[in-house]
Design a protein around this ligand. Structure first.
Ligand code: KG4
Ligand code: ZN
Length: 327
């Protein structure tokens, strides 16, 4: 039995969730700052951390109200330790330490990506061995999981993360931030008519998206110089086709090579419809988190934190955030 309160504040969302017995989500409050950062075309770290300081208490109070529990019902405090923006992480960490100290319960420092992966354990149950395909704004990784909470990174990106490539292409096409969801929608209204380069398949499980991203940027630049119009929806469809075909075929090949039971898709880009369609063709079942848990939220940190609680993977109250750290 466990009741875990979790805080996620690694980027521009401040979120508090309360999860009972690993599956029963009592609250998941997310305060997004996207409308503020949109004006700047990306997240401004200094603004993000200041806004977190302003809203953390209200988000916490609302989560406790929704869950209808008292602080004494809480068995542990889970918090994102990293990776992420240092100032943003500090706000959640400080709040978590204060709560753990005041309630005299363990603190659990959670890796943000472990959270994204365990978002799949909220409404489903992960079967091991599994392969996690992590696709977010900061990560593109293939992670072999022999068993619960065992992570072995077998492939990563040499340059841009896939979400980052989407957002950079979005910016060049003057789309609102973040470009990922907008391009996904446009792709479904367009056709694959632009011939874009496929990343070279070197037989490894690693990825590279800078060539594809640059090809789209150059295409737009050349069209602008010639005063020609770009067919935006077709360009989005062509970009999505190459990006998602590369990702899904590598993931399916790795899953086959490793003989896993499931492919667990995780991270903000797991919301992508093109990726969901491609992975539906996999002979090894591919599990996606429900849409509401794809992008950053504290329910996923509570899901990972609950498993860590069962394994007594507690942190000292002296820990600091780790803006850059491996799974
Ligand atoms: O996991 P997340 O919320 O934050 C990080 O940990 O990075 O992921 C955010 C990323 C952004 O780059 C956003 O553009 C991308 O996920 N994203 C998408 C879609 N929804 C969100 N990319 C492609 N298609 C989508 N539907
Ligand atoms: Zn994330």
């Amino acid at each position: 039995m466990s009741t875990i309160l979790a805080i996620e504040s690694s980027c521009d969302e401040m979120s508090v969730a309360i999860l009972r017995n690993e599956k029963e989500l009592l609250a998941n409050v997310v305060a997004s700052q996207i409308d503020i950062h949109k004006q700047y075309g990306g997240v401004v770290p200094e603004i993000a951390s200041r806004k977190h300081v302003e809203c953390v208490s209200a988000v916490l109070r609302e989560a406790l109200r929704q869950a209808n529990i008292t602080p004494q019902d809480i068995d542990a405090i889970a918090v994102t330790k990293g990776p992420g923006l240092v100032g943003s992480l500090h706000v959640g960490m400080q709040e978590a330490k204060t709560l753990a100290l005041a309630l005299n319960v363990p603190l659990i420092g959670v890796h943000h990506i472990a959270g994204h992966i365990y978002a799949n354990n909220l409404e489903n149950t992960i079967h091991y061995p599994a392969l996690a395909l992590v696709v977010s704004g900061g990560h593109t990784e293939l992670v072999y999981m022999r068993d619960e909470f065992q992570f072995e990174v077998i492939g990563t990106t040499f340059d841009d993360a896939i979400g980052e490539a989407y957002d950079k292409v979005g910016r060049v096409l003057h789309l609102p931030y973040p470009g990922g969801p907008v391009l996904d929608k446009m792709a479904h209204e367009g056709e694959v008519t632009y011939d874009l380069p496929r990343p070279l398949d070197d037989g490894s499980y690693n990825f590279s998206f800078s060539g594809l991203k640059s090809a789209v940027i150059n295409l737009k630049h050349n069209a602008d110089q010639r005063h020609e119009e770009i067919r935006g929806n077709d360009l989005a469809a062509s970009f999505q086709e190459v990006a998602m075909d590369t990702i899904s075929s590598k993931a399916i090949k790795a899953a086959r090579d490793l003989g896993v039971k499931e492919i667990i898709v995780a991270g903000g880009v797991s919301a992508n419809k093109g990726l969901r369609e491609k992975m539906a063709n996999s002979e090894i079942p591919a599990i996606f988190p429900p849409m509401k848990y794809c992008t950053d939220n504290a329910a996923m940190i509570a899901a990972a934190g609950s498993v860590m609680y069962r394994h007594k993977m507690f942190s000292s109250l002296d820990i600091s955030v780790k803006p850059d750290f491996d799974l």
